[in-house]
Write a protein that binds this ligand. Sequence first.
Ligand code: NAP
Ligand code: HSE
Length: 434
Amino acid sequence: MSFSKKVIKVGLLGMGTVGRGVYRLLTENADHIESRVGAKVDIKKILVKDINKDRGISIDPNLLTTDAGDILNDKDIDIVVEVIGGTGVAVDYVRRALKNGQSVVTANKDMMALYSKELFELAASNNCNILFGASVAGAVPIIRTLRKSLASDKVQSIYGIINGTTNYILTKMTEEGADFNEMLKEAQAKGYAEADPTADVEGHDAARKIAILASVAFNTYVTLDDVYVEGITKISIDDINYVSELGYVIKLLGIAKIKDEGIEVKVHPTLIPKSHLLASVGGVFNAVFVHGSATGEMMFYGQGAGELPTATAVVADIMDIAVDILRNVPKIVGYSGYTDKPTLPISESENRFYVKILIEDRPGVLASIAMVFGNEGISLGTVIQQDAKKPSDDTTELIFITHATKEKNLQNVLCCIKDLSGVREVKSVIRVEG
Ligand code: NAP
Ligand code: HSE
């Protein structure tokens, strides 16, 4: 096939970690990319905040600008790549690009977890496209896989380790008994954490990503506000050690499931058996475990962040759009069937639970707690009294792992238990999967 257009022009909004990776791939692998696309893909302009900043690579200074209009008003620019991040100017620039008919590639999870509906509609009405493969799990091709490879299948559930920072912290705590705060500092120093690491450790970064995955997997619009979120700040070394003895590890999972009544989307620390594939995903690596009706179980694993891994996902999207432009089909095939589906409240979610309770070490306390579980119809799978590790002479810790029950039933139990005579404190409640 021969194309009349010989060069696809790209405008880069942002030249930080990801922008630099995109620049490097598009320049260093230019011939390889041209042979795969069927035309050159050239960067025409790069928007930055500080034009004099040392970027560690040599860039033609004429490419740099601080005026977004140099990209957004240039009809010669076919594809706008947004790698500024956040929900401030980035959203405004993306709206402007789409309204101008310029297709957009973005790595911005904050934006896509809030504004995807509006942006897809804008793209569709202006006969252009918006792709966002780098917004979840960096180099791991999970969005592309859900949109394309699994397009004919009905995905039932997704379990994702989609925040590298928290996986790094939990891995180090599990394997080395390391301190939470020290490990967070290490993750920040290595550049894994967000500018405000609260977004990592409180689960909000993973929540944005699971909202995006749920939207694509279930053909609907899930926003950040639909996601139940719990981070890892309350996870103690004691819990990590206890659950290890029981054959589990703790991971921060983004979970999305589709049921007859609606969609369940949540992020929380989760006990998974050591034998589960996700349990072996250590350090900053990301992995997404998908269960499809036709395909069965699959796991996608790789680097969830970093300059070049993330840039490969961005450039793959640029190349897809470039090919569509060359063939004159820049339309939003994958999103036209999106329908609204209700999201279910966390109270309806069903899990097994790990519960650790500090009690007075005297007869009858365990029996009274077990009775409360029984009254709520919750069966107990495991009950352990940690006599060998008693916190003091007159107290001890009880550990329960329940059978599956609705979250609201467990909350009723916890409410009653805390007022029982002999119960000092419910110290941990962690959901169990697998
Ligand atoms: P970054 O290193 O902070 O870079 C941001 C870039 O945007 C910088 O070049 C900055 O200019 C420019 N910028 C910021 N505000 C601007 C403004 N008002 N006007 C013009 N330019 C502005 O960010 P990043 O790590 O590359 O992340 C970019 C996006 O990729 C984010 O959405 C992020 O969530 C996503 N992402 C990142 C990773 C990763 O590994 N870093 C992985 C997956 C997804 P100056 O350089 O002049 O300051
Ligand atoms: N802070 C994120 C993480 C970066 O730790 O996974 C990639 O989105």
